[in-house]
Design a protein. Structure first.
Length: 381
């Protein structure tokens, strides 16, 4: 086992294309780290540089204490699992799994023992004599996992390994990967664009966008205290609602206000006002932070709206609302009866309101336009 350290790592493709920018990251010995972000943000490039499949343009990469920038992939003591399995079609499961050990001229008895151990761990005993074409997608991916673990490498690298599986199998294989990690405790770097996979698998989640690291925290911390509005909008489904408005001080409290609502804020530091009585701000509220009641109830700290559409999900439902000014809100609430067109009040607790700095220069419609979280900035002050 080993730690993996990236110091100022960049990947610059011809034409000055920065796929990864100045990435600092330390993956601890035995940690399960997930790199998550939208397509094209530089996840695979990062993983391929760690694997040695892509040259590093700038920075230093260490596995353990050893600088491996110029070390051949074969000599990095890592194993990588890809989305498309990459099994050898003409070899049996057993031959696929033993391939790397045979190449290394490991003793026959050891190869046999390792393959049996991995097959046992992954429930592949009955499939050892089959060729990949006689396997289902889920079985092929288990063989790919088996091929990686027989080598007992210091580090596992996964690049979207579940993307080709159907929904049910994806959840099952995800649990399998988590169980394997608990059992083997091997340092793991796992790449996905799927926020649910990231949240369920990672000891730590690194959110990337445009080749940059945006946040590196535990899944829960990332969800509860997103560093910026990009992270806030990327994690969570349905995504967080954003509202442009003003931050103001009155009656000994700070308030968020716009044409639709006046919401009391909980622990927003008064310094954010910079001595002004009000300033522009963006409020972020997660769909599950709302509670919906009849419009004739208590409406302080609530948004008045009408029901556009309801989407029943079983025990919960998603409710799409429209405010007086025409803003759309999505709320996830306990299943209940609501009529389309009905007037309601959407309530939110002060501590469930996230605040973000508006980004003056950003393009409207882009989730990155709001910039850094004031909550996160407050911690730095
Ligand atoms: N071989 C390449 N040549 C030029 N640009 C590339 C190459 N590979 C990837 N890129 C670019 O680098 C960026 C990051 O790609 P990638 O790491 O594959 O993203 P992800 O895995 O997060 O979807 C993208 O903009 C992509 O177009
Ligand atoms: Mg990729």
């Amino acid at each position: 086992m080993a730690s993996v350290t990236l110091e100022g790592i960049s990947k610059i493709y011809p034409g000055d294309v920065y796929a990864v920018r100045d990435l600092d990251l330390e993956i601890h010995n035995g940690e399960f780290l997930v790199l998550v972000g939208p397509s094209g943000c530089g996840k695979s490039t990062t993983l391929r540089m760690i694997a040695g499949l892509e040259a590093i343009s700038e920075g230093t990469l260490k596995i353990g204490d050893r600088v491996v920038n110029d070390v051949h992939p074969r000599d990095r003591d890592i194993a990588m699992v890809f989305q498309n399995y990459a099994l050898y079609p003409h070899m049996t499961v057993e031959q696929n799994m033993s391939f790397a050990l045979r190449m290394r001229k490991s003793p026959k008895s050891e190869i046999k023992e390792r393959v049996a151990w991995a097959a046992d761990l992954l429930g592949l005993q009955d499939l050892l004599k089959r060729k990949p074409k006689a396997l289902s997608g889920g079985q092929r991916q288990r063989v790919a996992l088996g091929r990686a673990i027989v080598r007992k490498p210091a580090v596992f690298l996964f690049d979207e390994p579940l993307s080709n599986l159907d929904a049910k199998l994806r959840v099952e294989t995800r649990a399998e990967i988590k169980r394997l990690h608990r059992q083997l405790n091997t340092t793991t770097i796992y790449v996905t664009h799927d926020q649910e996979e990231a949240m369920t698998l990672g000891d730590r989640v690194v959110v990337m966008c445009d080749g940059l690291k945006r946040q590196s925290d535990s899944p829960l911390e990332t969800y509860q205290r997103p560093a910026d509005s990009f992270v806030a909008s990327f994690l969570g489904m349905p995504p967080m609602n954003f509202f442009e408005g003003t931050l103001e001080q009155a009656d000994g409290h700070l308030w968020f206000a716009n044409e639709d609502a006046r919401l009391r804020l909980d622990d927003a530091p008064v310094e954010w006002l910079n001595g002004e009585s009000r300033r522009p701000i963006v409020a972020g509220i997660r769909p599950e932070s709302f509670e919906i009641t009849n419009a004739d109830g208590e409406t302080a700290s609530a948004v008045a709206a009408t029901v556009l559409v309801t989407e029943p999900l079983g025990s919960t439902m998603d409710v799409y609302l429209e405010t007086k000014s025409g803003r759309r809100i999505v709320c996830r609430v306990a299943a209940a009866h609501l009529e389309e067109g009905q007037s309601v009040a959407a309530h939110v607790a002060p501590q469930a309101i996230h605040l973000f700095e508006p980004n003056q220069s950003g393009a409207a419609g882009s989730p990155t336009r709001y910039g850094r979280s004031l909550r996160a900035q407050g911690e730095l002050v």
